[in-house]
Design a protein around this ligand. Structure first.
Ligand SMILES: NC(=O)c1ccc[n+]([C@@H]2O[C@H](COP(=O)([O-])OP(=O)(O)OC[C@H]3O[C@@H](n4cnc5c(N)ncnc54)[C@H](O)[C@@H]3O)[C@@H](O)[C@H]2O)c1
Length: 375
C-alpha cells in the first residue's frame, strides 16, 4: 500500500507595550542572531524560512547527525554558521539571541527550558510537551522569563484562518453549537521519513494525537475560544499493527470533547481512510444555529436548503514568499509584540491532545482538572 508524506498539511498596542517592557526589544539596527537545534525535516524547513528574513543571521546549527549538520551548514553558508553536536554548547554561545528547536517531541521541554535559562528567545516546535508534568515546568519557566517564547503552531499565523476564526467568533454566521473536525489520510505515515526513527514510538512522539493533531485541536480551541472540560474516546493501532516493527503509536481514534463553555466537539484521525471515500483530508466544521462554516476553506453553508454556499474568505496563498509564523517570531523579538502562539496557546493545545490520548489509553472519561496543570 502506498504511503503519503505526513507533511502534506493545511495550505493550507497595549499588550504589545506591556510585553515590550518585559522583553526589552532589540534595537532596529541589530540583526537577530539565530541558532538551530535539530535540523532534520522540520528544522531544515525552518532554517530555509529564516534565511529569507532580512533581519536574521544564522550563527549556529546543531544536530546529532553529521550529515544533517553538514547539509544545514551548507544551506546557511551565506552566514557561515558554527556547527555543534551538543545543544548545550550551542546555548553557551553569547552571540546567539534566539534558538529554533526542532528536535523529537520528547526533547522539547528540556531544550526549551535550557534555552530560556541561557537567556535566549525560543521558537519551539510543537507539541510544547508530551506529559502534563513537563508542560507545567515549561509554563513556569517561560512565564518567569523576559525572552519571547513562540510555539511552532503556524496555523495561528495563516491570514485566511485568522480571518475566518475572527468572523465566526464575531457571530457573523450564527451562534456556535458544535464542532466536527477530522484529520484523515488514505495511507500510513511515511516509514522512510527522517522522523520515522522516533515518530512511531509513542513515548518519544507523545503519540500521533499529540505530535500531529495538536495543530488541528489548537485551531478548534481557538475558534471555540475555550479549552475542553472533559474528553472520552476510543482508538488504538487498528490497521498498521506492528508496522513498522515495534510501533506503539495509534493509527485511528475518535474522540468526544466538551468545552468549558459548553460547545461540543467530535474529533477523529484515521490513517486508513480510502482516497475515494468522501470526507478525506483535514477539515474543521463549525456548526451554528444558522448553518455551518468550513473553517479551513472559508465557506459558509446555510441551513436554508435553497441558499448557495458562500466563500467568505479568500483561500490560502499556496506558497507565500515569507513564512508568516517565522516573521511573527522575529517581529516579537524586535518589537516586543506578543507572539501569535504563546505559551498559553502552546500548553492548552498540547494538554487538549494529552487529555484525549489519556481518555483513549485509560478507557475512561478524562477531565481537564485530572491533568493538574494551571494554564
Ligand atoms: N510545525 C509543523 O508543521 C511541523 C512539521 C513537522 C514536524 N514538526 C515537529 O518538528 C519536530 C522535528 O520533527 P522532524 O520531522 O523534523 O523530525 P526529524 O527526525 O526529521 O528531525 C529531528 C532532528 O533532531 C535531531 N536530534 C535528535 N536529538 C537531538 C539532540 N539531542 N540534539 C540535537 N539534535 C537532535 C535529529 O538527529 C534530527 O535530525 C517534531 O517535534 C515535530 O513534531 C512540526
Amino acid at each position: 500500500m502506498s504511503r503519503i508524506n505526513r507533511r502534506n498539511f493545511f495550505f493550507g498596542a497595549a499588550a504589545a507595550a506591556a510585553l515590550q517592557s518585559r522583553v526589552g526589544a532589540q534595537s532596529a539596527n541589530d540583526k537577530v542572531r539565530a541558532g538551530f537545534i535539530g535540523v532534520g525535516g522540520r528544522g531544515s524547513a525552518l532554517l530555509r524560512g529564516t534565511l529569507t528574513e532580512p533581519d536574521v543571521r544564522i550563527v549556529a546549527v546543531c544536530d546529532l547527525k553529521p550529515d544533517r549538520l553538514d547539509k544545514a551548514a551548507s544551506v546557511a553558508s551565506r552566514d557561515n554558521p558554527k556547527t555543534f553536536t551538543d545543544y548545550k554548547k550551542l546555548l553557551e554561545q553569547k552571540d546567539i539571541d534566539a534558538v529554533y528547536i526542532a528536535s523529537p517531541c520528547d526533547l522539547h521541554v528540556e531544550m526549551a527550558i535550557a534555552a530560556i535559562q541561557a537567556g535566549k528567545h525560543v521558537y519551539c516546535e510543537k507539541p510544547a510537551g508530551i506529559t502534563p508534568e513537563s508542560i507545567a515546568r515549561l509554563i513556569k519557566v517561560v512565564r518567569g522569563a523576559k525572552t519571547v517564547f513562540q510555539i511552532g503552531q503556524q496555523l495561528r499565523s495563516y491570514p485566511h484562518i485568522r480571518e475566518a476564526v475572527g468572523r465566526v467568533q464575531a457571530g457573523e454566521f450564527g451562534k456556535m453549537i458544535m464542532v466536527q473536525a477530522r484529520r484523515n489520510s488514505s495511507s500510513d505515515l511515511d516509514h522512510d521519513a527522517s522522523s520515522a526513527e522516533w515518530f512511531f514510538d509513542a513515548r518519544r512522539s507523545g503519540d500521533v494525537i499529540v505530535e500531529m493533531s495538536v495543530h488541528n485541536l489548537d485551531v478548534c480551541n481557538w475558534v471555540v475560544d475555550s479549552r475542553p472540560d472533559w474528553a472520552a474516546g476510543v482508538g488504538g493501532t487498528l490497521l498498521w499493527v506492528n508496522d513498522p516493527p515495534g510501533r506503539t503509536n495509534m493509527d485511528g481514534y475518535s474522540l468526544t470533547y466538551e468545552y468549558a463553555n459548553g460547545i461540543k466537539m467530535s474529533y477523529s484521525q484515521l490513517f486508513f481512510h480510502p482516497r475515494t471515500l468522501p470526507a478525506g483530508g483535514q477539515f474543521i466544521h463549525v456548526y451554528t444555529d444558522k448553518g455551518a462554516v468550513d473553517l479551513m476553506e472559508g465557506t459558509f453553508h446555510s441551513h436554508e436548503p435553497k441558499v448557495e454556499p458562500v466563500q467568505f474568505v479568500k483561500p490560502a496563498e499556496e506558497r507565500p514568499e515569507r513564512d508568516a509564523h517565522i516573521q511573527a517570531f522575529v517581529e516579537s523579538i524586535r518589537t516586543g509584540k506578543k507572539p501569535p502562539a504563546d505559551i498559553t496557546i502552546a500548553a492548552t493545545a498540547a494538554l487538549t491532545a494529552i487529555l484525549g490520548r489519556e481518555a483513549i489509553y485509560r478507557k475512561q472519561v478524562m477531565r481537564w482538572k485530572d491533568l493538574q496543570v494551571e494554564v
